[in-house]
Design a protein around this ligand. Structure first.
Ligand code: FES
Ligand code: MG
Length: 578
């Protein structure tokens, strides 16, 4: 039931189009220039649709048409839709890494909302960074907002075998490096692994983040698991358009929805989904923007109590997002989690989480497992601390070989990505399966942009011997579709003087996942003398966006937001007045 808190004359957009003055004459006449009657807009909520479509973003290829479905919904709801294109950030085509630009899209979204005559917004995103970026911007702008997730693409297929985004590319690449598959096979895989528009259909960063957004309450119930190519997706898009108009009248804003408890729901669902490690950085940034102080410890706490129950690759063995949807999708997963959820949080529907998931059913309990039959009894992520990572680092124990849960091995250090790449395939590399591969200068500043290099390739010599997992440590991230004993996000990063920069080849490193510890077996005095000799590298950028990025990016454990975008920074930005 819509509670009308706003009247037409209260609409923000009426400040542009309402007054009988010269400036408003200009605004109205220019809308008429596009063929609109002023009556089409007068007294109606104007809904900005922030569309991250581009010709180089295959995950959002359908957004060019799907925006029309959103518009149809807005019109049906009594609003007036306007499309505002934003930076597209294709994970598959942007170099060096989309993470370098997440905050740029966040600023893009925030300023698009602030500067234009809109009363509410629909956020169209899904490919990895687009989701947190749009949410970050909308959080700071704080107008009524609803997210429309792009939806996962169809399952991959090659010779009748199901292929999962990313995960199977890494897997078969190792087989190719080992000489086990032909060039023809490799080409077949290339054409079969991505068969429709939509986001990666493993539990990568895209599905992780859209699932989190649903758990936080910022999209329609069930929306995040609908495959992009399913007709349900079209109906979801128009329903979101209809709903946001009511949200404007109800004055239901992100700040009413995104409470600390809502973010705790996001963390719980992340664990249950067997989430991408990237979720940590994005969720911390989103929560901090919303004024909720969420940190690594909240993730670790949840990981000890929430089991992984979504049996989706790469944490799960068999299934993909399409199977998850058929098994009941996100609503069923949330309902299964039950007491791990704050059910009274308000969502974009105006109803609580508990009300949204009422009646949700699991249709296949091998895909969405009951709590007492999880695929991994602890959560998807573990936060480790120790002398090599004083502010923490993360690992996805559910996706690594069990023998590495407790391990000591000698370090093999690479100072940067190119020097690693130059030797990793050489047959005389002095390395064993027990070695700990270290990559540094790959963090937020060092990468730059903290690229997804954290799943370092297994040295070819070992791949040929059948080795498929090793301990790897870096200040980089890894793709949500990656797997293995990869310790990531070491904070502070080596580029700014973090202790990862002090490790030398041959030093012993011990990790103990159960104890949540990681330790460089070098005494403090020796580390202090190495630190005294350490020299800061040259800055990466001297102009442009990179220069600004370098000066303002925060470390991984703080969410990698820009300091000046955080909620507590400075006084609020004024609404446009002229
Ligand atoms: Fe877009 Fe994976 S490349 S979601
Ligand atoms: Mg990814």
């Amino acid at each position: 039931m819509t509670t009308m808190k706003k009247k037409p004359e209260d609409l923000r957009s009426s400040r542009w189009f309402g007054p009988d003055d010269l400036r408003s004459f200009g605004h109205r006449s220019r809308m008429m220039q596009m063929g609109y009657w002023t009556e089409e807009m007068a007294g109606r909520p104007i809904i900005g649709i922030i569309n991250t479509w581009s010709d180089l973003n295959p995950c959002h290829a359908h957004f060019r048409q799907r925006v029309d479905d959103v518009k149809r919904g807005v019109l049906q709801g009594g609003g007036f839709p306007v499309e505002l294109p934003a930076l597209s950030l294709s994970e598959s085509n942007v170099k060096p890494t989309t993470m370098l630009y997440r905050n740029l899209l966040a600023m893009d979204a925030e300023e698009l909302i602030r500067s234009h005559p809109v009363d509410g917004v629909v956020l169209m995103g899904g490919c990895d960074k687009t989701t947190p970026a749009l949410l970050l911007g909308a959080t700071s702008a704080n107008l009524p907002a609803i997210f429309v997730p792009a939806g996962p693409m169809l399952r991959g297929n090659w010779k009748g075998r199901t292929l999962g985004s990313g995960s199977d590319a890494w897997k078969y690449w190792d087989e190719r490096r080992a000489g086990n598959i032909t060039d023809e096979d490799w080409q077949g895989l290339e054409g079969g692994i991505a068969r429709s528009y939509g986001t990666c259909m493993t539990m990568g960063t895209a599905s992780t983040m859209t699932g989190i957004v649903e758990a936080v309450g910022m999209c329609l119930p069930g929306a995040s698991s609908i495959p992009a190519a399913d007709a349900n997706h079209i109906r979801m898009a128009s329903a979101a358009g209809r709903r946001v108009v009511d949200m404007v009248w109800e004055d239901l804003k992100p700040s009413d929805i995104q409470t600390r408890e809502a973010f705790e729901n996001g963390i719980a669902i992340a664990m249950a989904m067997g989430c991408s490690t990237n979720a940590i950085i994005h969720l911390i940034a989103m929560a901090r923007r919303a004024g909720a102080d969420i940190g690594l410890d909240d993730f670790d706490k949840a990981s000890r109590v929430v089991p992984v129950i979504a049996n989706i690759r790469p944490s799960g063995e068999k299934y993909l997002m399409e199977d998850f949807f058929y098994a009941g999708g996100m609503r069923a997963l949330m309902r299964t989690l039950g007491s791990h959820f704050h059910l009274d949080c308000v969502t974009v529907t105006g109803l609580t989480v508990g009300e949204n998931i009422e009646g949700a059913e699991v249709h296949d309990d091998d895909v969405i497992r009951p709590l007492d039959n999880p695929i991994y009894s602890e959560g998807a992520l573990a936060v480790l601390k120790g002398n090599i990572a004083p502010e923490g680092c993360v690992i996805k124990p559910s996706a690594c070989e069990e023998r590495f849960l407790r391990h000591t091995g000698p370090a093999l250090v690479f100072d940067d990505y190119p020097s690693m790449k130059a030797v990793i395939d050489s047959d005389d590399l002095d390395v064993t399966a027990d070695h700990v591969l270290i990559l540094r200068n790959a963090g937020p500043l060092g990468g730059p942009g903290m690229p997804e290099w954290g799943m370092l390739p297994i040295p070819r010599k070992l791949v040929k011997q059948g080795v498929r997992d090793m301990v790897r440590i870096s200040d980089a991230r890894m793709s949500g579709t990656s797997y293995g004993a990869c310790i990531l996000h070491v904070s502070p990063e080596s580029f700014v003087g973090g202790p990862l920069g002090l490790v030398r080849t041959g030093d012993l490193i011990t990790l103990d996942i159960a104890a949540r510890s990681i330790h460089l077996e070098v005494d403090d005095a020796e580390l202090a003398s190495r630190k005294a000799a350490w020299q800061a590298p040259e800055p990466r950028y001297e102009r442009g966006y990179g220069w600004m990025f370098s000066r303002h990016i925060k470390q991984a454990h703080e969410g990698c937001d820009f300091d000046f975008l955080e909620t507590q920074f400075g006084r609020p930005v004024d609404e446009p007045v002229i």
